[in-house]
Design a protein around this ligand. Structure first.
Ligand SMILES: [Zn+2]
Ligand SMILES: [Zn+2]
Length: 330
């Protein structure tokens, strides 16, 4: 397993060098942007990992959707915008944006923490020599980041302003393998910043972080697939399955009820079981947000069809939420 990962990493590193020397460097030179050469080299790593994910999605998940769909559709027009989201996310645009905008802040925060003697929580401190066992430390990091992911997601549903951003993800009524990346840009940047900061804080190595993000992304694409892929009663309790996450997107279940929804788990359903937010009902329900339905159930609310509309329409919704929150406080 470790050998396979090493071989894969060597291959990616070679591809990265080739892309950098033959494509990126001449381009940067021509544009007079050689000041960004280091960032570009790092960003290329994310681009290659993203491209590999897209290959897996087209080669494995897309044929499954064609062969064994859960929801049969007349056409796939509504999924097209999600493909655009996926390409933008997988080409590493957000990561590049994130690196340029937030990296200086992190550097400053890290040096401030060092000056004031605030220690990072490094797992090596609890278990000396842990970093010598990459697979064990990888699994521990995965569990720690996943429990944080559970609460992060639960709060996206709990707090109105945040929900209006997350609603972009839930407003897709034709949920497919591409839906995972359908998110508001602001939400994506906040999330990338939060998990990068947490990872730095607990001592995740940069090389491990890339693998953690890639594993998480692939599994989350699987969760959104519109294909019958039963995990069985045991695996379903170990790993979030497509039917478990589909329940989270179901109108009337995933976002409503006493706990503002169910099945918030990112990779592991354990936290939903522990904090009593799990629903194991696999009956296929229409997905989306109740507000999108016609009266009397909803208000036929339009969350936008295209990328720009979906991004901009979140702004007045947030403004409205803030007005009612502030109004309520007075
Ligand atoms: Zn959600
Ligand atoms: Zn989802």
């Amino acid at each position: 397993m470790i050998d396979l990962i090493n071989t894969l990493q060597d291959g990616i590193a070679q591809l990265q060098t080739w892309l950098y020397v033959d494509v990126a460097q001449p381009l940067l030179f021509a544009l007079g942007l050689m000041g960004y050469d280091e960032e570009t080299y790092d960003a290329l790593y994310w681009v290659i990992i993203g491209m590999l994910q897209i290959v897996v999605m087209y080669a494995v998940l897309r044929p499954l959707e064609a062969l064994r769909p859960i929801e049969p559709w007349q056409d796939r027009k509504a999924t097209r915008v999600d493909i655009l989201y996926t390409w933008i996310a997988k080409l590493g645009v957000y990561n590049m944006l994130f690196f340029m905008l937030l990296q200086p802040w992190f550097d400053r925060l890290q040096s401030l923490m060092a000056i004031h003697g605030i220690p990072n929580i490094q797992l090596d401190g609890f278990w000396p020599g842990l970093s010598d066992h990459p697979l064990v430390s990888f699994l521990i990091y995965l569990v720690v980041l996943d429990v944080a992911g559970y609460w992060y997601h639960r709060w996206q549903h709990r707090f109105g302003v945040w929900w209006e951003l997350h609603a972009v993800h839930h407003s897709q009524r034709q949920m497919s393998l591409w839906t995972d990346d359908r998110n508001h840009v602001l939400d994506t940047v906040i999330e990338a910043g939060f998990f990068a900061a947490l990872s730095l804080f607990i001592g995740v190595e940069p090389g491990q972080y890339v693998v953690l993000v890639a594993v998480s992304n692939v599994l989350q694409s699987v969760q959104h697939v519109n294909a019958r892929l039963p995990f069985g009663p045991v695996l379903e309790r170990l790993l979030v399955s497509p039917s478990f996450h589909r329940r989270h997107h179901a109108i009337g279940y995933g976002h409503e009820g006493t706990r503002y929804g169910c099945n918030f788990g990112v990779l592991l359903p354990w936290w939903d079981m522990l904090f009593r937010t799990a629903s194991w009902d696999t009956t296929p329900e229409p997905t989306g947000i109740r507000d999108q339905l016609p009266a009397p159930e909803g208000h036929l609310r339009d969350y936008g069809r295209g990328w720009w509309a979906q991004q901009f329409r979140a702004i007045p919704r947030i403004a409205m939420r803030m007005r009612t929150t502030l109004g309520g406080a007075r």
